[in-house]
Design a protein around this ligand. Structure first.
Ligand code: ADP
Length: 471
């Protein structure tokens, strides 16, 4: 169903572009043709008028110098040479009655037309375009008043001009048809080309949605917009992939790691139910159940926090925080723990205020996790130190210990959820401390790196964005 919707949508866009291109090229060619036609017509009209004027002036000169007999002879001669059906000449009285004329056999309708006479002034001229009954083409005529008040009229059928215009419109119609087809074709090709990129992205997206969420939309070279669409799609896919990974991780953790404490709780409860212990033993077992349950709740809460931080759902209150405050707070919190274990806890505070952009309570929690580990994995007589320094636009907070260190093979895995080093299993812990620290620091634009040498100690370096205003 989806692919049907998709193909009809593409068809519509392609069709619309095709129609647009065709209409646009049609309209453009119509404008061009119309402009050319108007220019051509006005030039033809001007030429006709000039010819008419020169002819009427020629007749007038003849009439003035040699009289009406000579004019009539000239009328006949000229009509004979130009074609009596094409032109006519008349000499009219001052009020418009015909005195003499050329051969008017082809001009029957002329008698019914009242000519628009030029004004009474000598040399006055009028032009007129008329339809003469019985003639297919219009007639253009000029009337000129001779010095004696009579009027000489010269008329010509606009046949050639009109035939030319007809030919022109025929050509235009053909050209318009061609332009519509070509415009439509270009529009179709452009639309197909543009749509093929979108189609590629859509097909890939549909395929990915149906079969394999771990793939990305392949990038091509179909233009920036399409590539941006593909990139936007891929970043969305990457986010979905991260969420799916997250979900799988949490599901696996629930399946494997949470089952153990629950089984333990069940075991205790079963022993309590079946055994015949005294009240004190029952109390002890109930206490153990509560303890295990608390641990379980704590683990679930930490897992939720990690998932929220990793998926970007967790809300952070980011503000400039002086790292000296973080370090001092952590040191105060763990001083007695370190003392009890016989580990020296040192803090090297920067002399100047040094601020990071972060969420204070969460950063304190990160420091507590790192310090807790450092003290936990350092034997009595060892040393744990805290330090901070600026590094360009970042601030590095380091927790260094002289403890057991981490074998190189374990380093890539210590940030995994529930991972516990081989030698650390005897120490208390859930294997979630570092995962939470890393997720929380990354969610604030930071990172944690570790360098360690087995038997000599480890350094955990937390890098965070430095606040620009260090007060
Ligand atoms: P936990 O400490 O509860 O086991 P963590 O996630 O905090 O879980 O740490 C994961 C593992 O990384 C630990 O089990 C331990 O093997 C190793 N580790 C972490 N910090 C240190 C350290 N400071 N020194 C040595 N090993 C460490």
């Amino acid at each position: 169903m989806y692919s049907k919707q998709k193909s009809s949508r593409f068809r519509t866009v392609t069709l619309r572009l095709t129609v647009w291109y065709a209409a646009l090229s049609g309209a453009l060619s119509a404008v061009v043709f119309l402009t050319v036609f108007l220019a051509l017509r006005s030039s033809l009209d001007r030429r006709t008028d000039l010819e008419l004027l020169s002819k009427v002036e020629e007749f007038e000169a003849l009439y003035t110098s040699r009289g009406s007999q000579a004019l009539v002879a000239e009328f006949q001669r000229e009509a004979g040479s130009q074609g009596a059906g094409r032109v006519f000449f008349r000499l009219l009285s001052p009020t418009g009655e015909v005195i003499v004329a050329s051969n008017l056999r082809a001009w029957h309708g002329l008698e019914n037309i009242v000519p628009s006479l030029p004004g009474p002034l000598m040399e006055a001229v009028t032009f007129q375009t008329l339809s003469v009954p019985g003639r297919r083409h219009q007639v253009r005529m000029v009337l000129k008043r001779a010095p004696d008040g009579r009027v000489i009229q010269v008329g010509v059928a606009l046949r050639n001009n009109e035939l030319l215009a007809e030919k022109y419109w025929e050509t235009f119609a053909m050209a318009l048809g061609l332009m519509l087809v070509c415009g439509g074709l270009v529009g179709w090709l452009v639309a197909r080309r543009a749509m093929s990129g979108v189609e590629r992205v859509t097909q890939a997206a549909v395929h990915i949605g149906k079969s394999d969420l771990n793939r990305l939309v392949p990038l091509g070279h179909k233009g920036r917009e399409i590539e941006e669409l593909a990139l936007a799609f891929n970043s969305m896919l990457e986010r979905i992939q991260a969420l799916v990974r997250e979900l799988k991780g949490v599901t696996n953790n629930i399946a494997h790691d949470l089952r153990t404490p629950i089984t333990r709780i069940r075991g205790i409860a079963e022993t309590t139910l079946t055994g015949e212990a005294d009240l004190a033993a029952y109390r002890e077992m109930a206490g153990a159940v509560i303890e295990e349950s608390d641990r379980l709740v704590e683990m679930i809460n930490t897992m939720l926090e990690i998932a929220q931080a990793e998926s970007g759902v967790a809300k952070f209150t980011i503000s400039p925080v002086d790292v000296r405050k973080i370090i001092q707070g952590a040191r105060e919190l763990f001083l007695s723990v370190a003392e009890d274990k016989g580990v020296r806890l040192e803090a090297e505070l920067p002399s100047e205020p040094l601020s990071v952009l972060g969420d204070l309570p969460r950063l304190q929690r990160v420091m507590a996790n790192l310090l807790d580990n450092a003290i936990k994995y350092t034997a009595a007589g060892g040393r744990v130190s805290l330090a901070a320094r600026a590094n360009g636009s970042r601030v590095i907070i380091e927790v260094t210990d002289t403890g057991a260190g981490i074998p190189p093979a374990e380093i890539p895995r210590i940030f995994d959820r529930f991972y516990r080093g081989d030698k650390s299993r005897s120490a208390p812990g859930s294997g979630l401390g570092l995962s939470l620290a890393l997720a929380v620091v990354r969610a604030q634009g930071g990172d944690i790196t570790v360098s360690s040498e087995p038997g000599r100690g480890s350094t955990f370096a937390v890098s965070l964005p430095r606040a620009s205003s260090n007060k």
